[in-house]
Design a protein around this ligand. Structure first.
Ligand code: NAP
Length: 350
């Protein structure tokens, strides 16, 4: 018997789709990815520390709740609680991995099945469709929900990797308000709309924001570019590339090189926000669903989750280059599940 719903991806969109599908008695099967190749188990949030903007998780003794909610055999995957104690108990906002483990738990509680493998191909040339795991046999399914997300691009410096979550971030909206960045000089790398948006957002908290761009002209739209150029808290560092991240426990600065003069210099900053674009995880689809020029999946109907192949739905960052938030991805996962449920009902598949 083919599966009714196969969900590819295990970020907020994937688990939200699974919770809805499981509660609709569709017995969903989730491929959550492995740590190695394309897919990112638990999505981008797996790389984030505290998540202060996911509704429903204000600061509090969240650890006690998480440990009571998440199966004990997965507690090893929970990161140490941040050392913010109040009256002797942990008091912090939920961390990325914790939030994802909670979502996964919620899906498991309704009997979602989960396979820890990557999908390396699909076949939508005839129905039922097939998803092809890296190991194991192809799985037949009536519907597919693609929720594989997008990977933030990084510069690729070893020191950048070392300081991730210690001052290096790819999401100002997620991390910019954290205490370590308050009233400090920060830097943003990139010259597109995202870089401008991140830099402008960071001016709310930072003492100053440097925008380090490899050319002498912004790629961002004129209105956005003007916003950065006219912001007194933003200083442009043109024709420059970050060559190293320096610091001790957390970052204290970056080395930069002017690519016109080859001159090296250092900039004292306490945060480095990389905003050089994202790469949606769609390569495994081998062109069977339409993508835009950046690889994002194209929806047939922007208000829904439908793709050009009926019975194939998409949700989360894999279709969304604009918002890229956990809450928006979770909402889209819900829509994809409801779309799949309705499509199955229309086909008379129970
Ligand atoms: P983007 O437009 O592709 O810009 C990426 C920027 O990063 C470019 O300035 C690029 O430099 C730079 N870059 C790329 N690789 C680099 C590297 N290895 N080292 C240093 N710099 C590097 O990406 P985006 O800004 O994320 O925007 C993506 C899409 O979303 C765009 O269509 C954008 O308009 C849209 N968006 C819109 C809004 C809005 O309207 N509010 C907000 C965010 C995003 P070069 O310029 O030299 O290529």
């Amino acid at each position: 018997m083919p599966e009714k719903v196969v969900i590819i991806g295990s970020g907020p969109a994937g688990w939200s789709a699974a919770i809805y599908a499981a509660r609709a008695n569709l017995d969903p099967l989730v491929f959550e990815g492995t740590v190695k190749p394309e897919m990112i188990p638990l999505g981008q949030l797996a790389f984030t520390t505290e998540v202060e903007n996911y509704p429903g998780f204000p600061f509090g003794n969240v650890r006690a709740f998480i440990e009571s909610a998440v199966d004990k055999d997965r507690h090893w995957n929970l990161p140490p609680a941040p050392d913010h104690k109040r009256d002797g108990v942990y008091h912090y906002a939920v961390q990325g991995v914790e939030l994802m483990e909670l979502m996964k738990q919620q899906a498991l509680n309704f009997d979602t099945r989960v396979i820890g493998d990557d999908i390396v191909d699909i076949d939508v040339s005839s129905r039922p469709y097939k998803v092809i795991p890296a190991s194991g046999d192809p799985v037949e399914t009536h519907t597919i929900i693609v929720a594989t997300g997008a990977r933030a691009n990084y510069l690729g410096l070893p020191s950048e990797e070392e300081y991730k979550n210690k001052g290096v971030s790819a999401c100002a909206v997620c991390d910019g308000a954290l205490p370590i960045y308050r009233s400090k000089p920060l830097a943003v790398v990139g010259g597109g709309d995202s870089a401008v948006e991140e830099a402008t957002y960071l001016t709310k908290f930072a003492s100053k924001v440097y925008m380090i761009h490899r050319r002498d002209e912004l790629r961002a739209s004129k209105i956005m570019a003007d916003r950065a150029l006219n912001n007194k808290k933003i200083e442009m560092v043109w024709d420059s590339e970050v060559t190293d991240v320096i610091g001790d426990d957390v970052i204290t600065g970056v080395k930069i090189q002017n690519n016109k003069t080859n001159e090296d210099s250092e900039l004292a900053v306490n945060g480095l926000f990389i905003a050089i674009g994202h790469t949606p995880i769609t390569g495994f689809l081998n062109g069977q669903l339409d993508t835009d020029d950046k690889g994002y999946l194209i929806l047939e109907d922007l208000y829904r989750s439908t793709t050009k192949i009926e019975g194939c739905f998409a949700a989360g960052d894999v279709v969304d280059s604009t918002y890229r938030q956990a809450i928006t991805a979770a909402g889209m996962g819900c829509k994809a599940s409801i779309d799949a449920e309705r499509w199955l009902a229309d086909q008379g598949i129970e």
